[in-house]
Design a protein around this ligand. Structure first.
Ligand code: C5P
Length: 211
């Protein structure tokens, strides 16, 4: 049995996670939010009192990572995102996490992976690649609502600043920068609600599968 692999990439808070979950449910695939992996490495460092740019400790934390222990709510905090973007720029950290992601993708029946380098590095031969974008303002507002619902006291200006800073760092790093793969389908969700964005993503998958 072969694996169907759907790669979703895009900047912070572009809706990749929601799309990933819904596409996985629709096609009977597993889903991996790869941002959680880098967030978990960052959290391990911060919890132990270390800085996210502590290269040897970041590499050691990446090698010891246990995805079965992930606590998504704790990992989604605003401060962890910023630290994750710092650890994720370390090439050896990314290398240490490569096999786990590739094995996850290749295990039948396949998977939807979302992140920054899925279509370019993790699964360059993915069956379908989608690059999701939305205006920074729209992304900040969505993340604001999400965090508010969780009871986090954050403001939109702070979230917008975090998003812009992380996007810039993720785009300009040398190790697997955030970039649209040449064969990725662009999906702009700025003016789409969740249902419309999911419908648009399904239309892309269906068009690709129909050849
Ligand atoms: O997707 P999320 O915002 O949770 O990702 C947190 C950070 O992890 C990103 O800003 C990025 O620096 C890093 N990341 C990455 N490669 C991925 C997924 C996330 O570098 N595939």
């Amino acid at each position: 049995m072969t694996a169907l692999i759907i790669a979703i990439d895009g900047p912070a808070a572009s809706g990749k996670g929601t799309l990933g979950k819904q596409l996985a449910a629709r096609y009977g695939l597993r889903h991996l939010d790869t941002g959680l992996i880098y967030r978990a490495v960052a959290k391990a460092l911060l919890d132990a009192g270390h800085k996210p740019d502590d290269k040897p400790r970041a590499i050691a934390a990446a090698k010891q990572l246990d995805p079965a222990q992930f606590n998504e709510t704790a990992l989604k905090q605003l401060a962890i995102g910023e630290a994750a973007s710092i650890v994720s720029a370390i090439a050896e950290v990314r290398t240490a996490l490569l096999d786990f992601q590739r094995n996850f993708a290749a295990t039948p029946p396949g998977a939807v992976l979302d992140g920054r380098d899925i279509g370019t590095v993790i699964a360059p031969d993915a069956d379908v690649k989608i690059f999701v974008v939305a205006s920074p303002k729209a992304r900040a507002y969505r993340r604001f609502l999400e965090l508010k619902e969780r009871g986090d006291s954050v403001n939109e200006t702070e979230i917008l600043a975090d998003i812009l800073k992380r996007d810039e760092r993720d785009r300009s790093r040398t190790a697997a920068p955030l970039v649209r793969a040449p064969d990725a389908h662009l999906l702009d969700t700025t003016h789409l609600d969740i249902d419309a964005a999911v419908r648009a993503a399904i239309a892309i998958v269906e068009a690709v599968r129909a050849g």
